[in-house]
Design a protein around this ligand. Structure first.
Ligand code: LRH
Ligand code: MN
Length: 426
């Protein structure tokens, strides 16, 4: 299914006047505060968030999976679905593949399709947390950290194969997330597991093409429930430093213990020039992989405040990889992703309204009340018309969800793919 500009513009006509009115009102207020609204819109238009290839079907848990009909059954259909998201938002111009769930059969065909939909290939993800059919060794007791050299070698080779697949597609980074760990005290020798992991990552790193980066994703628990080898940002940071300049930490918002100050982790990694990117999602308890901004939107705003500060002051930190990593157990996966993209754009827009100089002065004067007033004035600003304006100027949808529904996209997908199509992934 492909959406074209005129279909979207037709739907936009319904709310064009009210959004223009809302925009002029908001832009006028911001202009009086000395905020360059056009600069904010430009930054919103330049934000490109990679869509996870493993989250275009209905996700599930060990307790069950409820299909969503019309799911994509191959990479071509997944790229088409991302094309629909990008036609509506302009923010979804990249895909992050998970190997082997999404190994392309026809590289030229898939590149041509992606190119025709203005979609680029962001980080490729390796998978040594599941055993592949006719694999020689099992990762049951770990992969890059495994006590067995042969099993570590198999996992290292898989990561090298993933790099080769990514190279053929034009990707420039490898994401490594390890389920490796233990579920019972005494099961692992922590130091041996960490040393094995460090040496394995160094071997993968030595196979990175010149202009590639390696993103090391950390997670405190699940699927292991006593220890995880790369459990927190400190371990990821240490391993990235041990590997070299092209290795960075990847922050998955759901990979933090309750009440962890994620925005402080973001600022520390940016200060050290080791923040490689994000897996955006939201959570209430564990790695819930819920819609971005659906549970803790203020935390997302505070994270973007650190990102805006860091992108200005930490030139030692590379351009970030912006990616969503969510699992859609209840909502239409495409609507869920549209809501996540909206939440990311809104948090970024609100953070761009913060007068960082004024905030810095208030901080230096220990004027805590003033600091909070500055932050919350930005957070309480309704930026929806700015985000919509950024899309209108690019012939995208004023209201992506409404347009998606008005154009009956899901019905069309069910007509094309039937009710029993199942997508690979989580
Ligand atoms: C692990 C994780 C990782 C992916 C997987 C799909 O929880 O966040 O990024 O490999 O989800
Ligand atoms: Mn993730």
């Amino acid at each position: 299914m492909k959406l074209n500009k005129s279909q979207i513009q037709d739907q936009n006509t319904k709310s064009l006047n009210s959004i223009e009115e809302h925009f002029n009102f908001t832009a006028n207020i911001l202009d009086k505060k000395g905020i360059d609204v056009n600069a904010v819109i430009k930054k919103l238009q330049n934000l490109k968030v990679a869509i996870p290839s493993w989250a275009l079907g209905a996700g599930g848990t060990r307790f069950g999976r409820f299909s969503f009909f019309g799911e994509p059954t191959n990479l071509e259909q997944k790229i088409e679905d991302i094309g629909v998201l990008n036609a509506l938002t302009h923010t979804a111009g990249a895909v992050s593949l998970h190997i082997p769930w999404d190994i392309p059969e026809d590289y030229n065909g898939i590149k041509a399709l992606a190119n025709s939909l203005n979609i680029t290939f962001d980080a490729v993800n390796s998978n040594t947390f599941q055993d592949q059919k006719n694999a020689k060794h099992s990762y049951k007791f770990g992969s890059l950290s495994n006590n067995s050299k042969d099993i570590r070698q198999q996992a290292i080779q898989h990561n090298i194969d993933v790099i080769n697949i990514g190279e053929k597609l034009g990707s420039k980074s490898l994401t490594v997330w390890l389920a490796d760990g233990s579920s019972f005290p005494g099961q692992n020798n922590f130091q041996t597991a960490l040393i094995n992991t460090e040496n394995s990552l160094k071997e993968i790193y030595s196979n990175l093409p010149k202009n590639w980066t390696m993103l090391i994703e950390y997670k405190p628990f699940e699927p292991n429930f006593y220890s995880t080898v790369i459990q927190d940002w400190g371990t990821s940071f240490m391993l990235a430093n041990a590997c070299g300049d092209k290795a960075y930490s990847l922050v998955d918002l759901g990979h933090h213990l309750p009440n962890c100050n994620i925005e402080q982790i973001v600022s520390t990694l940016m200060y050290k020039g080791k923040l490689g990117g994000f897996h955006f999602n939201d959570s209430k308890y564990g790695d819930d992989d819920l819609t971005v901004g659906s549970i803790k939107p203020y935390t997302l705003f505070l994270i973007f405040n650190e990102l805006v500060y860091g992108m200005k002051n930490n030139t030692q930190n590379p351009d970030l990889a912006w990616m969503i990593d969510a699992s859609h157990n209840l909502k239409d996966p495409l609507e869920d992703l549209l809501q996540s993209l909206e939440a990311i754009q809104e948090a970024y827009a609100k953070a761009l309204l913060i007068n960082q100089t004024e905030l810095k002065n208030a901080q230096l004067n220990n004027d805590i009340v003033k600091c909070q007033e500055i932050l919350q004035d930005a957070y309480r600003t309704d930026v929806r018309s700015l985000v919509a304006k950024a899309r209108i100027n690019l012939d995208r949808a004023i209201n992506p969800i409404e347009t998606y529904r008005a154009l009956k996209v899901r019905n069309e997908l069910i007509k094309e793919r039937g009710k029993n199509s199942i997508a690979t992934g989580l």
